[in-house]
Write a protein that binds this ligand. Structure first.
Ligand code: GN1
Length: 344
């Protein structure tokens, strides 16, 4: 099925322009403009190797929008658009799954946080989103990716990659592998806390990185986007992922990173995040924010490293060592955070 045909199924007209947009590391995204009505939309080919059940992400997305619609949500929701036949997902002959979403006009995105104020506003936006979506409908949310936030599984996957990787890759990643071993206690504590029921289950975003916030021209957040990873887990994951992504002063794949952790942004992210959530979080959650930030960075590093050792099958890469550079970058970030927290 041609791209044009897929678009026509959603818009009802062939008179559309289709422009690729570079953003995430998983799905492929296009901007579609209906030339007849001048309406714009986002079209995405969902990576079904990652999201095996695209219907689940649409259902979760619609549920979240219903929750937001019933509240005084100050940001703009992204709305899934069905085809003229009423389907939210269109499958092509190659096994691809496509969906269309509403487009928010006059926005910009960042690959890294430009300044303190934007860090605060972004963390506040995510905190506001989380505050609005918790906790009703918790039993209705289904996991979009099995074991996405299961750290035990992440470690097992990593250990399997160590067993099967070729010698060259293992040698290239020697220092990173050593660091992973040294810091393994980080996810182990998380796993224990979960087993002991110390981390309440909440609906979380699952991927609140800086690329998933749309800003206006004054860098004020307009929308929290990419609800594909919405799931039920601990809110510490969202805090950790925000801290991970916002405090990085360099691009996530800058493998020569040194001192890429910004402590001032870290403090600001915490303040922004807690603005709406302070009174809702439990003692354990509040006590473990610093710990969560370290652990989520660690897990992101292990995910990049696992993918490197597996031959780059998960994240989009532009060169052979791309995932190794990402791993180095995350480990440097973790080093900076741990120095700041004086735990190293
Ligand atoms: C992926 O889809 P995107 O690019 O926003 C990944 C996140 C990682 C992030 C790292 C479904 O996010 O978990 O934190 O890359 N999403 C999935 O940049 O694996």
């Amino acid at each position: 099925m041609e791209l044009k045909q897929i678009v026509t199924g959603f818009t009802g007209t062939e008179n559309c322009s289709i422009t690729p947009i570079t953003n995430g590391l998983i799905n492929t995204t296009y901007l579609v403009e209906n030339k007849d009505s001048e309406e714009k939309f986002i079209l995405q080919r969902i990576n079904t190797q990652v999201f095996q059940f695209p219907e689940i992400i649409t259902r979760n997305h619609i549920l979240i929008n219903e929750m937001l619609a019933g509240r005084d949500y100050p940001l703009q929701p992204v709305i899934p658009k069905p085809t003229l036949a009423g389907n939210f997902i269109v499958k092509d002959e190659e096994g691809g799954s496509w969906r269309m979403l509403s487009f928010i006009e006059d926005t910009r995105t960042f690959f890294k946080i430009p300044d303190i104020k934007t860090a605060y506003e972004s963390a506040k936006a995510v905190g506001c989103f989380l505050n609005m979506i918790n906790p009703e409908h918790l039993p209705d949310i289904q996991p979009p990716i099995p074991d996405f936030i299961n750290f035990e599984k992440r470690i097992l996957d990593y250990q399997a990659s160590l067993r099967y990787a070729n010698e060259d890759l293992l040698k290239n990643a020697g220092p990173q592998i050593e660091m992973m071993d040294k810091l393994l206690f980080l996810p182990q504590k998380w796993i224990e806390m979960e087993k002991n029921g110390l981390l309440p289950k909440r609906i979380i975003h699952g991927d609140p990185n800086v690329r998933n916030i749309l800003f206006d021209e004054n860098s004020r957040p307009l929308a929290v986007i990419d609800l594909d990873t919405v799931t039920v887990s601990t809110i510490l994951y969202d805090f950790g992922d925000m801290a991970r992504s916002y405090t990085n002063t360099l691009d996530e794949d800058d493998g020569n990173a040194e001192n890429n952790f910004n402590p001032q942004i870290y403090r600001t992210v915490k303040d922004g995040f807690l603005l709406y959530l302070k009174d809702k979080l439990t003692f354990e959650e509040l006590e473990n924010l610093d710990y969560a930030a370290q652990t989520v960075i660690y897990i992101q590093a292990i995910r990049f490293l696992t993918d490197y050792l597996n031959g780059n099958t998960y994240y989009a890469t532009k060169y052979a060592n791309h995932n190794l550079d990402r791993t180095r970058n995350q480990l440097e970030l973790l080093k900076g955070l741990r120095e700041y927290l004086r735990v190293d």
